[in-house]
Ligand binder design. Structure first.
Ligand code: AMP
Length: 491
């Protein structure tokens, strides 16, 4: 299928062609015609599938009738409201809006918390048709009466599952109450829990479900692999993988902020350029870390789940789970950073014996067994006492070997495996019968704090957009990562 078959305006087709898109992605092919027809839509699509264009393009098409060059703010009321859980995602969505609307006289801006509210107020006063916002800051503006939502015709909830996880639902409900009842509503989410469906029931009109991948599944272009390793040797294994395979750009996930800092420092000591990105760092520090990664100055970016949310990373070849996430859905989100837009990617997990149960939960969610690999020098280590012995000898005495994972079978009995605690369950069924409660996951108070009027509204400087560009730089061996630079908050 070609874009022009979708019936989009010529100005949009031109912008798409300039981006170098050849054909619509599956979510775009399915969603665009429905949005053009004015239907409410629930899109089951994760980041990397082209979902942003799948709602932005048809909304811009529908708003084209209102496009005008008048200087009067009254001629530019907010017609489309796009809500995202994080400021990073907000900026990225807004960049897409700007990219696709560049040939139309439609105005857009983005508002998010943690930065000075005044410049946002000025942008809003001038009038914008499309507003991308995080919920808390939007409510700040509502309270300060710096925007009007009475003419909103289109609402998009992007990454609704994240909004739910981060406790934004009360804020969302408050916002919904301020919108006209007659509107088109779109909801996108990587996963569709019962809670998400309930939320959708509350505010959508006979929504049509559009799915591009199995629910809770990960991109098919991603290869999944795991290495068994005792906790204490993980860093060594990671360094070996990066150096032996000459990995140039790796996003490494850990569970805690402290862990992220520590690992980045240790990798630097091992001679690998690394930096950490997490929620304790200021926006400027995060921006700097991302920029260094993008520029190829650091090859390993160590991130926590919260900090990595919403990062728009195109064609990142490799994601490594230094620690498995406590919540299996986070595995899906982490892996969403690689194998994007049809490119191949690799997701590697370093699994200690104590993480066996977490691994089993992830495999249950994926409905697949992750392939097990062995690195010379690490073979026979890190295996939990009763889990996944090799089915057959797969070692090749020096190079990286592979083993099929099989749960049944005898024990390996490695010293390291036994010395790890707590002892993992002997089989999957035991784990399934008595799951340990998942520990609280790391929270970024910046994102997860409930809405407080005026919060952080006047504290911080207006920071530049957290990421910058490399559109058109795909030919470079590293850092074909981020979207074009943001030159100002409003076009
Ligand atoms: P998203 O899932 O919206 O975060 O998009 C992931 C990436 O795919 C973005 O960098 C887009 O620029 C890119 N993209 C979106 N649509 C297409 C398309 N039809 N062809 C190629 N790349 C695309």
């Amino acid at each position: 299928m070609e874009f022009k078959e979708l019936g989009l305006a010529e100005e949009l087709l031109r912008a798409i062609a300039e981006e170098g898109y050849v054909e619509p992605t599956p979510i775009q092919a399915k969603a665009i015609p429905l949005v053009l027809l004015g239907k409410d839509l629930m899109g089951a699509a994760q980041t990397g599938t082209g979902k942003t264009a799948s709602f932005t393009l048809p909304l811009l098409h529908r708003m084209k009738a209102h496009a005008n060059t008048s200087a009067s703010p009254a001629r530019h009321p907010i017609r489309a409201l796009i809500l995202t859980p994080t400021r990073e995602l907000a900026v990225q969505v807004w960049e897409s809006v700007r990219t696709y609307s560049r040939h139309l006289p439609l105005r857009s801006t983005v508002v998010y918390g943690g930065v000075d509210i005044q410049p946002q107020i000025q942008d809003l006063r001038a009038g914008v048709e499309i507003l991308v916002a995080t919920p808390g800051r939007l409510l700040d503006h509502v309270q300060q009466k710096t925007l009007q939502l009475g003419q909103v015709e289109f609402l998009v909830l992007d990454e609704a599952d994240r909004m739910l996880d981060m406790g934004f639902i009360p804020d969302i409900k408050r916002i919904l109450a301020l919108l006209p009842a007659r509107r088109q509503s779109l909801l996108f989410s990587a996963t569709f829990s019962e809670d998400i469906r309930k939320l959708a029931d509350d505010f959508m009109r006979e929504p049509i479900m559009v799915e591009v991948a199995r629910r809770n599944s990960v991109t098919e272009t991603v290869t999944h692999a795991l290495y068994r390793v005792p906790e204490l040797r993980k860093r060594e294994l990671l360094a070996r993988l990066v150096l032996d395979r000459d990995l140039k750009q790796v996003l490494v996930f850990v569970r805690t902020r402290l862990g992220a800092n520590r690992l980045a420092h240790q990798l630097v000591r091992d001679g690998i350029d690394a930096t950490a990105i997490h929620s304790n760092r200021t926006q400027a520090e995060r921006t700097e870390a991302l920029q260094a990664f993008k520029d190829g100055k650091v090859r390993v970016l160590v991130a926590t789940d919260v900090a990595a949310r919403g990062l728009d990373i195109d064609s990142l070849p490799c994601v490594i789970n230094f620690e498995l996430p406590h919540v299996p859905e986070d595995y899906v989100h982490r892996i969403g950073r690689t194998g994007r837009a049809g490119q191949s990617g690799e997701a590697i997990s370093l699994v200690s014996p104590a993480e066996q149960e977490l691994l089993e939960r992830i495999e249950k969610l994926l409905k697949a067994t992750i392939e097990e690999r062995v690195l010379a020098g690490f073979d026979g280590e890190g295996r939990p006492s009763a889990a996944r012995p090799p089915r057959e000898g797969g070692r090749d005495g020096g190079r990286e070997g592979r083993r099929d994972g099989g749960r049944e079978g005898g024990r390996d009995g490695s010293r390291e495996g036994r010395s790890e605690s707590p002892r993992p369950p002997r089989d999957g069924t035991a784990a399934a019968r008595s799951p340990r409660p998942a520990p609280r996951r790391e929270e970024d108070p910046f994102f997860s704090k409930p809405y407080e009027a005026g919060e952080a509204a006047d504290k911080t400087e207006r920071t530049p957009a957290p990421v910058s560009p490399v559109r058109g730089a795909a030919a470079r061996p590293v850092a074909a990562l981020f979207r074009p630079p943001v030159t100002g908050p409003k076009r």
